[in-house]
Design a protein around this ligand. Sequence first.
Ligand code: UDP
Ligand code: MG
Length: 152
Amino acid sequence: MANIERTLVLIKPDAIEKRISGLILDRLDRLGLQLTGAKVVSPTEELIRTHYKHLAGTPFVDGVVDYMMGKYNNVPNHKIYAFVFQGEDAIAKVRGEIGSTNPEKAAPWTIRGSFGRIIGDVMQNCVHASGAPDEAEQEIALWFKPEEVLDF
Ligand code: UDP
Ligand code: MG
């Protein structure tokens, strides 16, 4: 039976600054999934801290929050582009295409391996994608209202 999943993708401020959001979308589009939600968000710090609640208490959390708020990149209004993709094994397919968290260890042909960098203790890795089905549903509910996502 098909394992239909949804996943949240965020294009982070470094990728917006580098003007590679189209390239990232093109790579994800080729995975054959359905794009069911898309928006531009100017996130509050609270939204970022909730999204990254599993990082609370780490020495790098404040740096990661600053990164997601656009403080390290020249992006007016600290924009993030948010997407929902749906389809068979969507979570593993998207995570495979974006690569490992650490851009220096990610396979060179992945998005993070190609375009990510580490500045100080923050991995500016261009794109977020959900890591598991329960995480995906929590994240989609955090970033999107139900009516903003198509339901096939
Ligand atoms: N991060 C970082 N340093 C670390 C671990 C994580 O800067 O040692 C940042 C990085 O941008 C990462 C995000 O925090 O994408 C969330 O971390 P997580 O472990 O959830 O990695 P992901 O699921 O994004 O691969
Ligand atoms: Mg994660």
